[in-house]
Design a protein around this ligand. Structure first.
Ligand SMILES: Nc1ncnc2c1ncn2[C@@H]1O[C@H](COP(=O)(O)OP(=O)(O)OP(=O)(O)O)[C@@H](O)[C@H]1O
Length: 474
């Protein structure tokens, strides 16, 4: 692609705009329009520059234009390094302080060698009135100025690039939201700021890397999904005993990609139609989570409204079987859920991750978790030595210690969840020594080992008794 420079014309234009903006407030409207038209004609005659204006408010609309806010985010990422006059502000629901381009200031940007200028203007209303309407306040706008010979590349490529980058910057800056479904098809949300990340997630490092790579590949896969003709979404099934980090991993996913979380409580959804409406009301770049999916759907694929059931209960245990057939309010069906995940409507949500968690993977309907629906099955297991080392680094800030060897041996012969190991590693007193925390882990592991031995012995004795009873002649 041919490179190009806007040279001094862009700067003169932006400079004159500043002067014009300062004096225009003293002129009547007809004179302003006349001078402005004359000025553009003159400019175009000598140097064929072009410009595109992005107004803060579209006529008749009370909301700020999305293009304007996205451009503002894009330019704020450039302004800190390039502009000489900046505004500092805390944007709504944005984490860091944002440094943005000030009024009547301009900066230069470069797209594949083509130089463009951005100017931020402000139009002051003719009459100052006390009003709540944004149309009576100062109106701002951005003007993109470029050489006319680059019209095509700027209009077709650069503007789209700016919008995409700006949106990505907004997502990165925005505080994460955790949505919950309430009554009907509305989502309520809370701003959430959970620090869990893949760096602090205790898991075999190689497996962790695979998962992180998979997530990043997905998030950058817009063109790929388009090429293969598939909706841009990916399903992850997280399974394992309680306390192995299923919920923590969802937060780590959200923090890695900057996605919001939609925590869908299936038992409160009335029917398939409501499920569909909930889906339509979600935004792109999000993780749709159904925790303990085995507790929400029964064997037959019919949801059972079983509020009495505890998380750890086997869904097809006696308790669950008793409830079967009772659920007269049960309207969300397995096929409704399958449609929700990958029916035609799933395409409305845009870039999306779906996560199911379960403690009983073997109880789930294979249709629900087949590859293509739940693309990656992630087993979260009891604490391994590799996972322990991550926890020791998180909690005690150590990479190695003479007591590690003993802990490694114990972890091989007994089972303990990362949640339990983490709890034992937590110092119980301010300034507790590292040894004290590691010894607490060893102590807990030895108790678990002993309990395991006693249990195994008991099972062996019971089996022997059963064999003896069977061999006694009737
Ligand atoms: N792999 C892990 N890495 C780091 N911390 C962990 C891990 N697993 C568990 N934890 C710690 O244990 C606590 C409980 O974990 P979490 O709620 O994620 O488990 P879970 O598998 O979702 O449990 P449940 O099935 O009961 O919902 C977390 O707050 C976290 O601090």
């Amino acid at each position: 692609m041919e490179g190009g420079k806007l040279d001094d014309w862009g700067s003169s234009l932006a400079g004159l705009m500043f002067i014009w903006a300062t004096f225009q407030q003293f002129f009547p409207q007809f004179l302003k329009d006349y001078v402005q038209n004359l000025w553009y004609k003159l400019l175009h005659y000598f140097k064929p520059t072009m410009q595109i204006t992005f107004n803060e408010f579209s006529p008749g609309l009370y909301r700020r234009s999305e293009a304007y806010t996205v451009i503002e985010s894009y330019l704020s990422s450039k302004s800190a390094a390039k502009a000489s006059r900046l505004r500092a502000e805390i944007a709504k629901e944005s984490k860091p302080l944002v440094l943005a381009l000030d009024d009547h200031e301009y900066i230069t940007d470069n797209f594949h060698g083509v130089e463009v200028k951005w100017y931020r203007g402000k139009q002051i209303p003719e009459r100052k009135t006390i009003s709540w309407s944004p149309h009576d306040a100062d109106k701002r706008y951005y003007i993109l100025i470029f050489h006319a010979k680059y019209r095509q590349i700027i209009a077709e490529k650069y503007v789209n690039y700016v919008l995409e980058e700006g949106r990505a910057i907004q997502v990165r800056r925005r505080q994460r939201r955790l949505y919950m479904n309430g009554e009907g098809d509305e989502w309520n949300f809370a701003v959430f700021d959970h620090p869990a990340s893949f760096d602090t997630f205790a898991m075999d490092p190689q497996r962790k890397e695979q998962i992180v790579d998979d997530l990043i590949t997905f998030s950058q896969g817009k063109e790929y999904y388009k090429k293969i003709g598939k909706v841009w979404k990916r399903g992850y099934l997280l399974y394992g005993p309680p306390g192995t980090g299923k919920s923590t991993m969802i937060v780590a996913m959200s923090n890695l990609l900057g996605y919001d979380i939609y925590d869908l409580e299936l038992t409160t959804v009335k029917d398939n139609a409501e499920l569909k409406r909930l889906l339509i009301n979600t935004k792109s770049k999000s993780i749709m989570v159904i925790e303990d999916i085995d507790c929400s759907l029964g064997f037959t694929g019919k949801r059972k409204k079983d509020k009495n059931r505890k998380k750890g209960d086997n869904p097809m245990g006696e308790k669950a079987k008793e409830k079967e057939g009772e659920g007269d309010e049960s309207k969300v069906t397995l096929s409704g859920l399958l449609n929700f995940i990958d029916g035609i409507w799933s395409a409305c949500a845009g870039e999306r991750i779906v996560v199911f968690t379960t403690n009983h993977v073997d109880q789930l309907d294979p249709a629900l978790i087949r590859r293509g629906r739940m693309d990656m099955h992630i087993k979260l297991s009891n604490c391994t030595f590799g996972a322990f080392k991550v926890l020791a680094k998180n909690y005690l800030d150590i990479d190695s210690h003479p007591l590690f060897e003993k802990i490694g041996e114990l972890l091989e012969v007994t089972e303990m969840t990362p949640a339990d190991v983490a709890e034992n590693l937590t110092p119980k007193k301010l300034g507790a020594a590292v040894e004290t925390c590691l010894e607490a882990v060893i102590h807990a592991l030895e108790i678990a080992k002993e309990a395991r031995r006693v249990k195994a012995q008991k099972e062996e004795e019971e089996q022997e008794n059963e064999t003896e009873t069977e061999s006694v002649p009737q």
